[in-house]
Write a protein that binds this ligand. Structure first.
Ligand code: SAM
Ligand code: SF4
Ligand code: SF4
Length: 390
């Protein structure tokens, strides 16, 4: 087949897919509509050893500070769904900085050691550095500060890096799906250039952020041929590149297994040019599997959420932009902590509600994922990642 015929054929197929797959408006849990967390009649002192139904303790918290974003990554906020009619949360629905800090402080009494701010695009939340400064003052029962980190698309990192560092942010993850402008622009779908993200990473290094991580979502057939170029670019730079398998989060990204490139293939492709060997995890429950370059020039990681699941050691809870607690990235219901925060409940009562909610957690979605779980006909409509935080 001639090249023009291939292009024509591709355009016809894409056009058909657009017509056949209906526009899906993702669910959004409106104010007060989440499940009501139970506080329990007998209040107990907050402690860090509450186990869920599968024996997992609560250690990490991801907080979405905005459901908005300036990108329209096709795998996360596709343009056809997240258009000007999309019902984003209004300002009064968002948790305030004081509410986020209070909740985080309660979670720290329950064993949470690490907090990741995310979104949507977290740097779009006005005065985010003030929130970071507030969170950086939280101390655990043993007097330890939180491991405070943030995931960003890097688009305004050059402007924000110094303020984030000064406010007490400890670590940073930047998302970047390729080095080729055409491919990156196709994936962010807002014509955003690679150079500005790279410049944001450089700015973060200049103000003293170390061991910055770069996340690349690998979509087979779209950006998988960028894997080796990305590895080559970041090798020896002090930046830790991590490859994430394309996931069926939310209900609008048209996921199917054929677009997933297993992490083992990512490692095999890099190893052909730059040999790698596996290394130990930094801590139990680390989502990325680590690999080191044999020539000593650093490491890469793979997050195999689809092909090698890690639910058995998942210690993460998520707080949505409007204060719903989600126990799994693939959940379709949250627990309404905002109402508790706004109805005069004490820290002790809220801590008990968190412990009760966590103790009943049985989520292990990735272990039971089927090829049809993302299908709209399955009835399993999941909340969007931009709302509960990646
Ligand atoms: N906007 C910020 C960013 O892109 O870094 C933070 C929020 S984003 C939802 C968090 C992370 O989730 C990003 O690294 C993004 O690439 C990843 N992500 C989003 N949708 C995904 C999907 N369907 N599969 C795998 N990773 C995904
Ligand atoms: Fe925005 Fe991040 Fe989602 Fe891309 S992955 S649309 S940058 S929230
Ligand atoms: Fe955790 Fe849910 Fe992901 Fe499993 S699928 S690792 S339970 S967030």
């Amino acid at each position: 087949m001639a090249v023009w015929q291939k292009h024509r054929f591709k355009a016809i197929i894409e056009n058909m897919v657009e017509k056949v797959i209906p526009k899906v408006i993702p669910i959004r849990i409106d104010e007060g509509k989440g499940l009501v967390p139970s506080i329990g009649a007998q209040l107990v002192k907050p402690h860090s050893h509450t186990k869920d139904a599968r024996g997992r303790t609560l250690r990490d918290l991801r907080i979405s500070v905005t459901d908005r974003c300036n990108f329209r990554c096709t795998y996360c906020m596709p343009k056809e769904v997240f258009d000007q009619n999309y019902p984003y949360l209004s300002h009064k629905e968002l948790l305030s900085f004081e509410e986020i800090t209070r909740l985080s402080s309660i979670f720290s009494t329950l064993g949470v050691e690490k907090i990741r701010l995310t979104g949507g695009e977290p740097l779009l939340r006005k005065n985010l550095e003030i929130l970071i400064e507030m969170l950086s003052k939280i101390r655990s029962a043993e007097g330890k500060s939180l491991d405070l980190t943030l995931t960003t698309n890097g688009s305004i990192l050059r402007k924000k890096a110094a303020a984030l560092k000064a406010a007490g942010l400890q670590r940073l993850t930047v998302s970047l799906d390729g080095l080729n402008d055409d491919i990156f622009k196709k994936m962010n779908d807002v014509d955003f250039p690679v150079s500005d993200v790279l410049d944001g990473i450089k700015a973060a290094q200049e103000v003293g952020f170390e061991n910055i991580k770069v996340n690349m979502v690998v979509k087979k057939g779209t950006n998988d041929h960028e894997i080796v170029a990305m590895a080559k670019h970041f090798k020896g730079s002090g930046v830790i590149l991590r490859f994430i398998e394309f996931m069926d989060v939310g209900s609008s990204n048209g996921w199917n297994m054929e677009q997933v490139l297993p992490s083992k293939d990512v490692i095999a492709r890099i190893s052909e040019s730059f040999p790698l060997e596996p290394i130990e995890a930094n801590y139990t429950g680390e989502v990325a599997q680590r690999w080191r370059y044999l020539d000593g020039s650093g490491e890469v990681g793979v997050i195999s959420s689809v092909t090698q699941t890690f639910c058995h050691e998942c210690t993460r809870a998520r707080i949505s932009t409007d204060g719903q607690m989600y126990l799994c990235l693939f959940a379709n219901e949250g627990f309404d902590f905002k109402t508790l925060l706004r109805s005069g409940k004490s820290d002790l009562e809220i801590a008990n509600a968190v412990m009760n909610t966590w103790s009943q957690r049985d989520d292990h979605y990735s272990e039971i994922r089927g090829s049809n779980t993302a299908s709209q006909s399955s009835g399993n409509r999941k909340v969007e990642m931009s709302y509960i935080g990646g």
